[in-house]
Design a protein around this ligand. Structure first.
Ligand SMILES: [Cu+2]
Length: 112
C-alpha cells in the first residue's frame, strides 16, 4: 500500500523542517554535532617545551576522545610552529589525534 501523495508531503515536511532549522543554526559558525567528540578539547598545563623536536610535555586531565586518564606526558605538535607563544606553566586547552602510533596535538590554545 502506497501512502497518498499528500501524506508523503506531510511526512517530509515533519522530518525535514527540524533538520533545516539545525542547518541554519550551524551556518552561524557552530560545529556540526557529529565532529564534537573528535574535536574534544582537553585541559592541560605545559611542563616543558621542546621546540627543536616540536613537542610539548603536558600535564593533562582526562581525554575522553582517546580514552586517556590524567597524566603528564609528551605530545608531538602537528606543526612545530604551534609552540610559538607558549610558555612553561601555561594553562592550555588542546585537541589530540591518533596518527599511527603517535598522539599529535592538532590544536592548542592558552587559557586565560
Ligand atoms: Cu596522556
Amino acid at each position: 500500500m502506497k501512502p497518498t501523495p499528500l501524506l508523503a508531503v506531510a511526512l517530509f515536511a515533519a522530518t525535514a523542517l527540524p533538520a533545516m532549522a539545525q542547518h541554519n543554526h550551524g551556518a552561524h559558525g557552530a560545529k556540526p554535532v557529529t565532529t564534537a567528540a573528535a574535536e574534544e578539547m582537553a585541559d592541560g598545563e605545559i611542563r616543558n617545551i621542546d621546540a627543536a623536536k616540536g613537542a610539548l610535555l603536558i600535564k593533562h586531565g582526562v581525554i575522553k576522545s582517546i580514552n586517556m586518564g590524567a597524566m603528564t606526558m609528551e605530545f608531538k605538535l602537528k606543526d612545530a610552529a604551534m609552540a610559538a607563544g607558549l610558555n612553561k606553566g601555561d594553562k592550555v586547552r588542546f585537541a589530540v589525534e591518533m596518527q599511527g602510533q603517535n598522539l599529535i596535538v592538532t590544536k592548542i590554545q592558552k587559557v586565560k
